[in-house]
Design a binder for this molecule. Sequence first.
Ligand code: MTE
Length: 325
Amino acid sequence: MILKIKTSADVPSSEITPESVYHSRRDFMKVGAAGAAGLAAAAAFGGVNAPLFAQANPYAAPLNPKFTVDPAVDKLNTYEQITSFNNFYEFGTDKSDPMRYASRMKVVPWTVDVDGLCNKPGKYDVEKLVDFKQLEERVYRHRCVEGWSMVMPWVGVPIKSVLDKLQPQAKAKYVEFHTLLRPGEMFGQKTGVLQWPYVEGLRMDEAMHPLAFMVVGLYGKVLPNQNGAPLRIHIPWKYGFKSGKSIVRIRFTETMPRNTWAVQTPSEYGFWANVNPEVDHPRWSQARETRLPSLLRNRPTLLFNGYADQVQSLYAGMDKKVLFY
Ligand code: MTE
């Protein structure tokens, strides 16, 4: 399938599905009317790229019911909330900076360099790494180490499906994800606020875990630049800084990656960064969190962000303090 990746700039705000319509569309799609949904989505895309999407809007992917939340407990945040309150220091440190400035980042074309301990190194177009015919939607809780959280309907594929194509070698114990380095478009990279490029990493079994997700879309649309277009990871049981954005390099290594925040402030951040209400940040408690848009610490933090039953076996025997750093 030849697929032109749209950018969020190609999607007029009139095409962003309002939440009410979105929820009824989800119910509609859940009953399996995928063909009809595809036609509706193609009509919704319209515009100059319409012929390329004649079959369907690939981002209007079916919800995977194994990876969702109880809407009575975890209400979806709105598209507006998810795209206007962001951490993406490449575009500034204020939460509204990414929304203002991330459109300066060119995301087409987009290639990813693959190197290190794998049998298929090289330069890959994003369409070669991610199978756009296999996209699925997952609703995940997202918990930032700063204490706020949201609930997002991401669209993507398991990270495992991408890494399998690259054939990691047995010696590869970790995988790194590097963000785009382009100071001309990302003015934050002209400052020393962090070491650039932003690097994150996972142990191989974490990256291969069914929950670990490679994201290309949000709310049934292409991923907005401020959320890490065109390719970011989301690791829902870890603090948000583990979920690197706008990935241009995947590297397999034998040694533990030196991730950006651990390099920047090793006394406060580490490699593991697993959500745990009992392990406080050195400067604040992690016992409770602020579920946006509320401004109150209105709910208890959950062990592994509520995914403990699925992931705690990865860390058998490891100390909870170690699992923070
Ligand atoms: N990735 C890059 N490249 N640069 C960043 O500053 N911030 C991280 C993470 N990934 C960050 C990044 C942090 S601290 C969080 S909480 C999440 O992105 C925020 O993701 P969101 O803006 O989509 O909610």
